[in-house]
Design a protein around this ligand. Structure first.
Ligand code: SF4
Length: 487
């Protein structure tokens, strides 16, 4: 059986490209940017199917910067028996359009939709959308294998967990059994051989390129109301970790086989479990695998010992989610983060010479002009190396979406708007969507100004600019671009 897996192109906004598979927050990036997430679920699914002996093709049309026509050419040439798309809320209308165009061009093929769009998990919606023959709920890799086995055997997929399908008479069924997800140490490594490995780009702390994106764990035990993957892809607060030795084996392979010069662990939360993290660092050092690395983490689950071990094993950068500098807002989002402890850890991280990237979002419940000002003040105070300001976007299926819906705060149900990049789809008790959009622009403007200022006033940043004049020139050009765009 021939199975095509695709991350289809998403080029509907002039001057921007959409990123979907691999991104916890599918959104548009300006064409001048290079951010490119690795399509983890698709790559794991491809590896699982290959291991089971199926003929597989995985195409990342976004990373390869394809047009939809080029993407369809690849499907047509492969001539699959089953076509699998990873979709998302913000790209969903485009995703359906792509599936329709594929049907038109190559004829009807059984089609599977999976990924982070909760609306399609409902029987009523599924029944109305005949582009989808199957929908897989949440974490789908092993359930896809079960589906492929059933189809190959000509069986009705009654046993496939987390599946919506139509039977021979057109009746819709939903298999409510929880997704089949074995311990993640049993997963084969993702099938990177299909993918343009040098294009994937997420380099906190300026870790050198090409850089490999990896997972050392899945899920998160915290319950932030806005966070989509734990709620929608995993459906619970489970936290599953990999054997540190296996992680380092995979990293070593990526260095040898793909020439990777650094690694970024893009876990939901990398740093839970001091023993495991220290073991990973020690194994990396024991093998003399000296490449720089970075990780997505929580500031309050680090211990000092853990961070020192991470630094000794050449950790260059770390991302911490802060979201808001107002403790009541953070508490209201169920993040369970003590901002004082987070700030102390940010300072300690910087003292160790690790670059800190912080993420913030505007529009969480209770947000006001004053609380947004507090966030800007916090940024000026802690002076991170890099950051991100998003506009809070409630994904259908999340607690946040339910809250906003109940309060009547959703101002758009047009999924194209749900990219969190520049469009606000909510209001708050005190703020209009325009206020949130304006604050995001202002925050980025101030941040770019702050970076220019610190280059000329802080000897550390000045020396860095002298040491890397080319990089400094590009940063300045980029900053001026942002200032012009947000003016
Ligand atoms: S701690 Fe991070 S990964 Fe975990 S639920 Fe909150 S935002 Fe999501």
């Amino acid at each position: 059986m021939r199975v095509f897996l695709g991350n289809s192109p998403w080029n509907t906004k002039p001057g921007y490209y959409g990123v979907r598979a691999g991104s916890r927050w599918p959104h548009f990036e300006a064409c001048t940017e290079r951010y490119m997430p690795f399509p983890f679920y698709l790559a794991y699914a491809a590896a699982i199917l290959e291991k089971a002996g199926y003929d597989v093709l995985l195409v990342d049309g976004i990373a390869e910067r394809m047009t939809t026509e080029q993407f369809i050419d690849r499907i047509q040439t492969f001539n699959p028996d089953l076509v699998v798309y990873e979709v998302s809320t913000a790209s969903f209308l485009t995703d359906m359009d792509t599936a329709a165009r594929v049907h038109q061009r190559i004829g009807r093929r059984p089609t599977v939709f999976c990924g982070i769009h909760e609306e399609m998990y409902h029987e009523r919606f599924f029944a109305q959308c005949n582009l989808m023959d199957y929908t897989l709920i949440g974490e789908y890799e092993y359930n896809l294998l079960e589906l492929v086995k059933a189809l190959e055997a000509g069986r009705e997929p009654v046993e496939v967990p987390g599946l919506l399908y139509r039977d021979g008479s057109g009746q819709v069924h939903k298999n409510n059994k929880p997704p089949n997800a074995p311990p993640i140490d049993e997963y084969p490594w993702p099938a990177r051989h299909f993918l343009p490995m040098r294009v994937y780009h997420d380099v906190p702390g300026n870790i050198p390129e090409p850089s490999v994106q990896m997972w050392a764990s899945r899920g998160c035990p915290y319950g932030c109301i806005f966070c989509a993957w734990p709620q929608i892809m995993y459906g619970n607060r489970s936290y599953r970790t990999r054997d540190p030795i296996d992680c380092i084996d995979e990293m070593e392979m990526c260095v040898k086989d793909y020439g990777m010069r650094s690694a970024y662990f893009d876990d939901d939360t990398f740093n839970i479990g001091e023993k495991r993290i220290i073991a990973l660092c020690e194994e990396k050092m024991r093998r003399g695998l000296d490449i720089p690395w970075a990780a997505m983490a929580r500031a309050d689950t680090n211990t000092r010992e853990m961070l020192v071990a991470m630094r000794r094993s050449n950790l260059w950068g770390i991302k911490y989610g802060i979201e808001s500098a107002n403790q009541a807002i953070v508490d209201g989002s169920d993040k369970n983060l003590d901002l004082g402890a987070a700030e102390r850890m940010v300072k300690f991280t910087k003292r160790l010479g690790i670059k800190v990237h912080l993420t913030f979002t505007f529009g969480l419940p209770g947000e006001t002009r004053e609380t947004m000002e507090e966030t800007l003040k916090f940024v000026r105070h802690v002076n991170p190396d890099s950051l991100q300001f998003s506009i809070c976007t409630p994904f259908p299926g999340s607690k946040m979406y339910k809250y906003m819906e109940e309060k009547g705060y959703l101002v758009s149900r047009h999924w194209d708007d749900y990219d969190g990049g520049t469009t606000a789809v909510i209001r708050t008790e005190h703020l209009d969507p325009e206020d949130l959009e304006e604050m995001q622009k202002r925050a980025y403007r101030e941040w770019e100004q702050m970076k220019i200022r610190r280059t000329f006033t802080d000897p550390l940043y000045f020396l860095k600019a002298l040491k890397h004049p080319r990089q400094g020139y590009h940063r300045l050009k980029y900053a001026l671009n942002v200032l012009r765009r947000t003016a």
